[in-house]
Ligand binder design. Structure first.
Ligand SMILES: NC(=O)c1ccc[n+]([C@@H]2O[C@H](COP(=O)([O-])OP(=O)(O)OC[C@H]3O[C@@H](n4cnc5c(N)ncnc54)[C@H](OP(=O)(O)O)[C@@H]3O)[C@@H](O)[C@H]2O)c1
Length: 329
């Protein structure tokens, strides 16, 4: 089989479509003939040598895919050969075939084809697990999503609106803010031109926001805390603004606030399976009803993975970039 291999740590040019050893499903796993995969920020870090795959995962990137099951490992009774699925992976999605624990191979959401489905597992699982299972976002609460035009951001806005929450976003361009507004965001902040703390102070009448989904880490921590309402929760999922900062803890005490930091990829299989089950139960019906839609910026052939990385790195995508591995028809 072939896969996009990271030939050495570096720029997009190190991604090469080449032969790799075939993969076989172990007990409890299914083998998937991949139709499409999608690009995540983490893939860029892995390519640069900063985010090695967890033990047991293939060396080649790809945290999600869609495809058709072509073999079952021992003991798998929940799936059948020929099932169309979309999968949450620990790696290896940029390939013709991948093995995945059966519980992480979800049916396609109603009305969604294999190409669009490739860009759903990572964002749906990350957003659901953090907004609902960690931060317990409630109806009528305010959510701030940093990077609202990202793959994660475009899903977070829609899930929060489906939960009945109100959404503020930051983004770096008017085009991305417009896209966020179309998905249901009410407060639109251009982080290049505006201070999100003072905008939110004005927009919430000094109350602050209840939950923040943060991709910036250290750079935003102090400002994030300063715009939290009482009992506010921050969930840090990205470190685009660094990992180390100094903090006056009284800013948390005064608000009775919580700061969480999570990663999906490193979680044990049992937790990922539970998240997939919740996503299938709650998010897939919203997609079927048209309340939540996949936001796909573009679809490129897998051999254009380098071009896709260049585009995501440059911020030149709203939502997901999907890579087609083989024709779905
Ligand atoms: N912990 C986890 O389990 C997990 C899982 C998935 C993703 N993530 C993280 O979630 C984030 C989004 O992932 P993705 O794959 O959707 O990435 P992506 O599409 O590449 O998005 C990155 C985003 O960062 C935004 N950004 C850059 N500088 C910013 C700033 N100063 N303030 C606010 N936003 C800024 C960009 O906004 P503009 O383009 O508008 O400038 C862009 O929307 C990444 O940090 C990723 O590592 C974490």
């Amino acid at each position: 089989m072939r896969a996009i291999v990271i030939t050495e740590p570096g720029g997009p040019e190190v991604l090469v479509w080449q032969d790799v050893p075939d993969v076989e499903p172990g007990p409890g796993e299914v083998l998937v003939d991949v139709v499409a995969t999608a690009v995540n920020r983490a893939d860029l870090l892995q390519r640069q040598g900063f985010y090695p795959p967890p033990p047991g995962a293939p060396e080649w990137p790809g945290l999600e895919c869609s495809g058709v099951i072509s073999a079952l490992g021992a003991g798998v009774t929940s799936h059948a050969v020929g099932d169309e699925v979309c999968c949450l992976l620990s790696g290896g999605g940029y390939a013709e075939r991948v093995v995945v624990p059966a519980g992480q191979a979800m049916p396609l959401p109603p009305g969604v084809g294999l190409i669009d489905a490739a860009g759903l597992p990572e964002v749906a699982c990350t957003v659901w697990s953090n907004l609902v299972m960690v931060a317990h976002l409630q109806r009528s609460e305010w959510l701030l999503v940093h990077g609202g035009g990202s793959g994660i951001g475009t899903m977070a806005i829609q899930v929060a609106r489906a939960l009945g929450a109100r959404v503020a976003v930051t983004a770096g361009s008017q085009a991305k803010l417009d896209a966020c507004a179309a998905l249901g965001a009410e407060v639109l902040i251009n982080y290049r031109e505006q201070d999100f703390v003072s905008v939110l102070d004005a927009e919430t009448g000094g109350r602050g926001v209840d939950v923040i989904l943060d991709n910036m880490g250290a750079k935003y921590l102090e400002r994030n805390i300063s715009c939290l309402a009482r009992n506010g929760r921050i969930v840090i999922i990205g470190m685009q603004g660094g990992t180390v900062t100094e903090l006056d803890i009284t800013t948390l005490l005064r608000r009775n606030a919580a700061v969480h930091a999570t990663t999906l990829r490193g979680r044990p299989t049992s937790e990922k399976v539970e998240i997939c089950q919740e996503v299938e139960r709650h998010v897939w019906p919203w997609i079927g009803a048209g309340i939540v839609t996949p936001v796909i910026d573009r679809v490129l052939p897998i051999t254009d993975a380098a071009r896709a990385h260049t585009a995501l790195e440059a911020g030149d995508a709203t939502g997901k970039i999907v890579l087609e591995v083989r024709p779905s028809g």
